[in-house]
Write a protein that binds this ligand. Structure first.
Ligand SMILES: Nc1ncnc2c1ncn2[C@@H]1O[C@H](COP(=O)(O)OP(=O)(O)OP(=O)(O)O)[C@@H](O)[C@H]1O
Length: 264
């Protein structure tokens, strides 16, 4: 695995506004779910102020890793630090936001009422509701009941709620699933502007095409990392032209290494 970042050096501090050093450090993480080992000795770093894509087939452990990072997953062993604090520490509650695959909204409240409720729970400023409605392009539906929205719109309400209080780390589990290409591009533009302002984003996806929008990629398979590199780095080390082919090449290499007992 190559550990160079978008600019070639993992020590690079990221854009202005980003904290120095990695936002997330995972070391030798072991997680079982229902007694089945899912993550077995995973180690990685997520640099501050970057968009890191977490890609891999269904069941490869992406959600389990994200749950561990936000502190809602029981882990067997290993270390996870987020913004220099152990994952799940109370001070991280307002500094780290997690958007799950299922939209977390109250159907019998309007978009604005949902966001006002979450804003109060978080203690975020009142002006934040209009700010996040605007950033997620929900102005035209702000006074509609969440239950009457499309799946994509409900997902954006969850994302808007995650932006309340301007968290430093955003962990987004498949935020673009089911969205049309135009909305997808708009959401990636929003992610880029958040990273430019200094936020760190860990974004999972099945869509290999989205990989090119990330600063770095974590390619997962069977609970292990096949690559932790920039898009350019992944393509160069696999001699491929797109991430899907690169992923297939890495899987072939790892299968061949398993068959011969050699390291991948
Ligand atoms: N609640 C659970 N109880 C038992 N096993 C689980 C549970 N949730 C997930 N698993 C198992 O853990 C493994 C990793 O699942 P995980 O959801 O982390 O993968 P994923 O890469 O996020 O998949 P997807 O892309 O489909 O969301 C899978 O084998 C899955 O069956």
């Amino acid at each position: 695995m190559n550990n160079s970042d978008a600019s070639g050096s993992k020590a690079h501090a990221g854009p202005p506004g980003a904290a120095p050093g990695p936002a997330i450090v995972v070391e030798d993480l072991h997680v079982r779910r229902a007694k089945t080992p899912v993550l077995q000795g995973l180690s990685l770093e997520v640099p501050s102020g970057r968009i890191v894509g977490l890609l891999g087939p269904s069941g490869s452990g992406k959600t389990t890793l994200m749950r561990s990072i936000v502190g809602v997953q029981v882990v067997q062993s290993g270390r996870i630090d987020v913004l220099g604090l152990p994952a799940g520490s109370p001070p991280l509650r307002k500094r780290v936001a997690y958007v799950t695959q299922q939209a977390s909204v109250y159907d019998d409240l309007t978009v604005r009422q949902n966001l006002t409720y979450f804003r109060r729970v978080l203690g975020a400023p009142a002006s934040d509701v209009d700010r996040v409605v605007g950033r997620t392009d929900l102005t035209s539906v702000a006074d509609r009941l969440a239950g009457s929205l499309s799946g994509g719109q409900r997902g954006r309400v969850s994302l808007a709620a995650a932006l309340l209080g301007s968290p430093e780390v955003l962990v987004l589990d498949e935020p673009t699933v089911g969205l049309d290409p135009v909305l997808r591009v708009e959401l990636w533009a929003l992610f880029r502007s958040l990273a430019d302002e200094g936020a760190t984003l860990l974004v999972s996806s099945h869509v290999m095409d989205e990989a090119k929008r990330c600063d770095r990629l974590l390619l997962m398979r069977d609970g292990a990392l096949l690559a932790d590199d920039t898009v350019a780095g992944v393509l160069a080390t696999t001699s491929t032209l797109d991430v899907e082919d690169a992923f297939l090449r890495l899987i072939q290499r790892s299968d061949a290494a398993r068959a011969t007992g050699a390291p991948a």
